[in-house]
Write a protein that binds this ligand. Structure first.
Ligand code: ADP
Ligand code: MG
Length: 369
């Protein structure tokens, strides 16, 4: 058995720039303090042995058959990555992989993208190859599209691959440029799961995407990135009312990301926080991707000491909220927030405190399976 190698990846959270990735806009994101770890050993045959420790599930297969597995959802992320590497001419042998994670699954922190990135890093360490970051992000995206059936953008893997400690990641989905921005030490983030997922989420997503495309078409531009807020206001009468509101949210979000970067450069946390509150209001009124459970968490936040801003994070229609909080008020904020936010059905509300985290350092050495 070869030496054990590790690959790790943090989850990510969207800070501002809601539904902008498929509109070629700007997104501000960061890595979180929870991560997926993948430990691997090379095998001398063609077999694949997988162990998802958190799910207490194992799976055995072969490199010769990488077709998607209808039963075991998590296995598909691994097979998708192996298939993506194979199509890029990277020949691997059999492998044993063990997955463990401190990232909550399905709470909007992108455990799936963290998993596909961590698998790639582990395989790179085992076979000693490297790939450009964008190619790694595409392999993750393809695994989600073709193997898990989730039509996600490049945001999740790109944010995870570029995550840096104490910095926010600014992603431009027109140029695909990435920058990192220092995050002031005087604040923390709280991520809270609202405990609900909208039943009609796929239909809602498609409607939002179509409205954005329709807005661009009616305005005669290639994407909503090609118009500023001022111009959109002037041409409001060219759009049906609903399509205008959808476009207003997306164009407003890219504008808010630009303003957020300016506030962060001045270390103006209250200014930055107000943009999160504005974003939530726009989600509620214009994009209609908030739901009462998310609104309530944001309201509970506003009434709590140390609140600087709060909004839904990610696609919406359920999932999680993100709260910017004064670091010194962490304890008082959490006490008040916990009291004011209604308990989710079936258990206490889940929330996590985090600062921007970087890519975890890989460990290597021997480890028993
Ligand atoms: P998220 O918002 O967390 O990315 P998704 O539904 O996109 O939610 O992805 C969650 C899926 O990713 C899980 O159902 C599982 O298939 C896979 N996954 C995530 N973390 C793990 C883990 N620790 N072990 C095995 N599979 C995992
Ligand atoms: Mg996911």
């Amino acid at each position: 058995m070869s030496q054990t190698e590790q690959g790790a990846a943090s989850g990510r959270v969207e800070i501002l720039g809601n539904h902008t990735d498929y509109n070629q806009g700007l997104v501000l994101a960061m890595g979180v303090s929870f991560r997926v770890n993948v430990y691997g050993n090379r095998r001398s045959d063609e077999d694949i042995r997988l162990h998802a420790r958190d799910l207490s599930q194992q799976w055995a297969g072969s490199l010769g058959n990488l077709s998607p597995q209808p039963q075991a959802g998590w296995v598909n992320y691994v097979l998708g990555v192996l298939h993506g590497l194979k199509t890029r001419g990277i020949e691997l042998g059999g492998v044993e992989l063990e997955i463990t994670s401190t990232l909550p699954i399905g709470s909007g922190l992108s455990s799936s993208a963290a998993l596909t990135v961590a698998i790639q890093r582990c395989l790179q360490n085992l076979w000693g190859f490297t790939l450009p970051t964008l190619e790694m992000a595409k392999i993750s995206q393809e695994a989600e599209h073709r193997y898990a059936g989730v039509k996600c953008g490049l945001l999740d893997p790109m944010a995870i691959l570029h995550a840096k400690k104490d910095r926010l990641v600014l992603l431009d989905f027109r140029s695909l440029e990435v920058q990192t921005i220092p995050f002031p030490k005087e604040a923390i983030f709280v991520v809270a799961s609202c405990g609900e997922q909208h039943a009609l989420v796929d239909g809602e997503y498609n409607e939002r995407r179509q409205s954005c495309e329709e807005a661009a078409r009616l305005l005669g531009i290639s994407s909503l990135r090609e118009i500023g807020l001022h111009e959109l206001e002037k041409r409001k009468s060219e759009l049906p009312a609903l399509v205008y509101r959808r476009a207003r949210h997306v164009v407003g979000e890219t504008d808010r990301v630009e303003r957020a970067v300016a506030y962060l450069k001045k270390n103006d946390l209250p200014g930055f926080g107000r943009l999160l509150d504005e974003s939530q209001e726009s989600s509620r009124v214009n994009f209609e991707n908030s739901i009462p459970a998310l609104d309530k968490l944001c309201e509970a936040s506003k009434k709590s000491p140390g609140h600087l801003g709060a909004r839904l994070s990610g696609g919406g229609f359920g999932g999680s909220t993100l709260h910017l909080v004064e670091a010194q008020q962490e304890g008082r904020f959490l006490e008040s927030f916990r009291k004011r936010s209604p308990a989710r059905a079936g258990g206490p509300r889940e929330y996590w405190v985090t600062r921007p985290e970087g890519n975890p350092e890989p460990e290597s050495g021997s480890r028993k399976f």
